[in-house]
Design a protein around this ligand. Sequence first.
Ligand SMILES: Nc1ncnc2c1ncn2[C@@H]1O[C@H](COP(=O)(O)OP(=O)(O)OP(=O)(O)O)[C@@H](O)[C@H]1O
Ligand SMILES: [Mg+2]
Length: 232
Amino acid sequence: MFLEVKNLTKSYGEGDNRVKVLEDVSLDINKGEICSLLGPSGSGKSTLLNLIGGLERADGGDIIIDSLTISKLRDKELGEYRRHELGFIFQFYNLIPDLSVKENIEIGSAIVSDSMDLKELISALGLEDQCDKLPNQLSGGQQQRCAIGRALIKKPALLICDEPTGALDYKTSKEILTLICDINKKYDTTIIIATHNEAISQIAHRTIRLRDGKIHENITNDHIIAASELTW
Ligand SMILES: Nc1ncnc2c1ncn2[C@@H]1O[C@H](COP(=O)(O)OP(=O)(O)OP(=O)(O)O)[C@@H](O)[C@H]1O
Ligand SMILES: [Mg+2]
């Protein structure tokens, strides 16, 4: 088992305002799986991703990634872990505006010793012609490709995507999903995608649904569809 989440709980707020956001959440994800994480707004998707990604601490429970109990790590070790093993992709690309595409991607490699070949990655992302442009000279899809490159260059074991196509049009969304699936196949990267788009569950090996901070459904998908074949 690559990722094990055990009895995770998380609340926000103090005193009377304290709200349980995750309640006894347990799940397992295999190495190399694409897992879609669905659920209504406020159901706890981003919170769960932030805990798995070590961006926040849970109140209780354990998170074990590749035999490492990250919920028990000290802050410094957790930071190291995040830098080396995890890639993050968000709805809004969070690129550095005054760095070129190439430089934005290169930044991801500055912190690890074993990174992907930059040229090869840029070509896999289809960004050869955009290399020297600044983010504001790119389309949304190109910016997201660049953000994916920044996350991937350090060869993360786990890629965490929070609404990766939330700001993109239909055609571009499908291109980005195709890219994510290609990465999964080529590098055996385990990928979690939080989304409001039901259709995305068809490209995933596993679908987990949250409702009010609890696991509502956890199913494996026997009929996976290529991202290019998706419609919604
Ligand atoms: N830092 C925070 N402080 C207080 N409450 C928070 C914080 N972060 C999230 N919440 C609350 O936790 C609940 C779950 O939020 P979360 O962002 O995980 O939902 P989500 O499923 O990702 O929703 P969406 O689909 O809208 O992105 C919400 O009620 C939200 O208001
Ligand atoms: Mg969210």
